[in-house]
Ligand binder design. Structure first.
Ligand SMILES: [Zn+2]
Length: 71
């Protein structure tokens, strides 16, 4: 489980459950009580309660915040 504060708009997050299209990566479009996320496989946008998203999230693959240790 990843703490809420780690998520920010623009992050690409890998989740435990694959979308029916076969992709397990989602881009965060909005954070709050409900997250709006977009499937990177098929482009579908869904709303999901924050607690549910926290439960299925495995890792943040690319963060919107620039990483000072890269580049
Ligand atoms: Zn999909």
């Amino acid at each position: 489980m990843i703490p809420l504060q780690k998520f920010s708009v623009g992050d690409v997050v890998r989740v435990k459950k694959k979308h029916p299209c076969g992709s397990d990566r989602w881009e965060i479009l909005r954070v709050g009580m409900d997250f709006r996320i977009k499937c990177l496989g098929c482009g579908r946008i869904v709303m999901m309660p924050r607690v549910k998203f926290e439960r299925i999230a495995r890792e943040i693959q690319s963060s919107a915040v620039p990483d000072p240790y890269k580049s």
